[in-house]
Design a protein around this ligand. Structure first.
Ligand SMILES: *Cc1c(COP(=O)(O)O)cnc(C)c1O
Length: 367
């Protein structure tokens, strides 16, 4: 059986180094707001090119905190609208509604799976305050046209960078393309912790200070509470592990790219639509390799019978989730088509090329 993603194998690549650092933290007696987090924040900021990186508890919190800070700073207020791609993972939308902001669903582009830039302007109203762009599946969702729209309407750009650490647009890394960016280090992400973890990056000093305070009970000075905050901190053990794995992220993303290129050149089944490799000086990090087919259930069963594990990202779009009855009447045909047709094939830095070749053979024999 070829696993969809072998997280154990990924983490065991650096077993000695990781066990040593974990033991150091264990023995130090210092588990929160310490030097491991400071160190990782410094290295993450340097990696992305952004001035600030703030470790937080998870990716959803990273996005929630950005919007909460904008509300605290008076940049946004309850009822303001945030544009978001309709086919994103639910967390992007939850971060918006949790802050009593209004998500405005924009159809994606069927070829890139990312927000369709030419669909954006018709959704902009006097209440629109920002766009949450999602680098879905590891592909950059940013363009010169988007920059023009942001400037013209005075909008904030929030990056949901949960799936795309290491990706770049004309040499600028995701996490440094917009006004603020949320990262997830959920174990299955390209940079995965040993549990929940996340971060925010930004070049905005005021926003960074506000987020840092809100994530720590609204306090920048012990027992002095400036904001009605939360407790959303990255812990020392996770930071230590992430700091090690960050050193290898480019090399791991390169392995993902090699696999994606092999799939794109050798998969030839006419029943499938393959994802495209971006041209415009964009570096894709292939968090997922997502194909489309009108016969998904049969295709997935066929792969399972042939020992290939696959997943669906995602089976139900946010506007059709039970938690959002207020959006159930929306008609979003491109999004709905994507959710009916997508299937994710195995891809990871530890997937052997021999397994990739086997998958290609099996997939090409599907009739
Ligand atoms: C994983 C993910 C999140 C949420 O991250 P968590 O760390 O699981 O909270 C947000 N947005 C997208 C697109 C994701 O894939």
């Amino acid at each position: 059986m070829i696993k969809f993603l072998d997280i154990q194998k990924i983490n065991l690549q650096h077993q000695d180094e990781t066990e040593k650092r974990i033991l150091e933290v264990f023995r130090s007696g210092w588990y929160l707001l310490g030097e491991q987090v400071q160190n990782f924040e410094k290295n993450l900021a340097k990696y992305t090119g952004a001035r600030h990186a703030i470790g937080v508890a998870n990716g959803l919190d990273a996005l929630r905190l950005i919007l909460k800070a904008y509300i605290e700073l008076g940049v946004m207020k309850e009822g303001d609208e945030i544009l978001v791609p309709a086919n994103t993972y639910i967390a992007s939308v939850l971060a918006i509604t949790d802050n009593r902001l209004v998500p405005v669903f924009v159809e994606p582009d069927l070829l890139t799976f990312n927000i369709s830039t030419h669909e954006i302007e018709k959704h902009i109203t006097s209440r629109t305050k920002g766009i949450m762009t999602v680098h879905l599946y590891g592909r950059v969702s940013f363009s010169e046209e988007l920059k023009v729209i942001l400037k013209k309407h005075g909008l904030k750009l929030i990056e949901d960078n949960a799936q795309a650490i290491g990706a770049s647009f004309r040499g600028i890394k995701t996490g440094n393309l917009g006004d603020a960016s949320g990262f997830s280090f959920y174990p299955g992400k390209n940079l995965g912790a040993l549990g929940d973890a996340g971060a925010v990056t930004t070049n905005d000093d005021e926003l960074a200070a506000c987020i840092r305070a809100i994530a720590n009970y609204g306090s920048s000075k012990k027992y002095v509470n400036t904001y009605k905050g939360l407790n959303s901190r990255l812990d020392e053990i996770q930071a230590a592990v992430l700091d090690i794995k960050l050193k290898y992220i480019d090399q791991e993303n390169q392995k993902r790219r090699d696999i994606a290129e092999k799939y794109c050149s050798d998969l030839s089944n006419p029943l499938l639509t393959l994802p495209e490799i971006p041209v415009n000086a964009e570096e894709h990090v292939w968090h997922l390799f997502v194909v489309r087919t009108g016969d998904r259930e049969r295709f997935q069963n066929y792969l399972t019978e042939n020992g290939i594990q696959t997943l669906i990202h995602y089976p139900i779009p946010p506007h059709h989730q039970e938690c959002y009855p207020e959006y159930s009447g929306l008609s979003l045909p491109v999004t709905e088509k994507i959710h009916r047709e997508v299937l994710s094939l195995p891809i990871s830095p530890v997937l052997d090329m021999a397994d990739v070749e086997h998958i290609i053979k099996i997939v090409n024999n599907f009739r």
